[in-house]
Ligand binder design. Sequence first.
Ligand SMILES: [Zn+2]
Length: 317
Amino acid sequence: MRLYGKEPLVEVLEEAAGENRLSHAILLTGEKGSGRRTMAKFIAKQFMCGAVPCESCVVCNKIDADGHPDIIYVQQKCKDGKYNIDDVRECVSKSAAVKPNDGDVKIYIFENSDELSPAIQDTLLKNIEEPEAWNRFIFLCENSGNLLTTIRSRVTEYRIPECTPEQCCECLVKEFGVDKVKAKELSQTMSGNIGKCLDVLNGGDEVKLMDTARHIAAGIAGKSGYLVCAALAEQSGRKEYAAVLEYLAGILRDALAVRAGGDLCSCGKAEAKAVAKVFDEAAVAAMLDKIFEVNSAGALNLNLALCSAYLTSGLNF
Ligand SMILES: [Zn+2]
């Protein structure tokens, strides 16, 4: 499959692999849905097929189908989505000394390295530092700041390039057969994030997060602090909370666009129009500032209820 919008990174990786410079430990950073898993598979093919993977051999096909015995996706077994230290030891440290089944290399993939505790990262350090000749590691994460510097200094880090909404739309139409109009609208709403578009099309978690953002926007338009608080209180996880606020910011930006006569591209166009009827530009801009403030790095580490209280205090009903 073509890697939409990933061409700059593919070029760098192909050059590195062609010159035998591909590191045995790689960190890919990018937001959820940005194609981290697809890029990890591409790198796995580079390790197992060739610097420019053929995309058609048995090995490439097995990697695409998640059926290669020497690619180990280390699972997050804790209820809160964290990795379990005993499990990582069992899965990685013990098996690292065992030779691969099929070929020359064995690849460990950590799909959400943000969820690796410092203790687990310490455990992995030795595997990364003194690897058996056949071991490779691919870490995927949203924010590499969550990883210990000892790990970061021993991996080669690449940032996943973001797709433009146009590239995202082309991918949805050509690879997934999505209707053109729908694909265009969705690609704009999701700012070119293919994974999130697919999640929406499959009725996944993003749908619920967008619904919540729409409820909050409706609450704002109705000047109902209660509705806003109730919708915010539904979010128990920080990531979900941050995602809802991002969708809400999109709707409020649309509200500004309504007043300025621009195009709307958020997940809540009707709500944006309703907000624009009730509040002027200055009031909407002030709300957006509050949202960005709460969603900025660090603030969400506070109690979420406090964040909500702060946020609603700035809505000026
Ligand atoms: Zn191949």
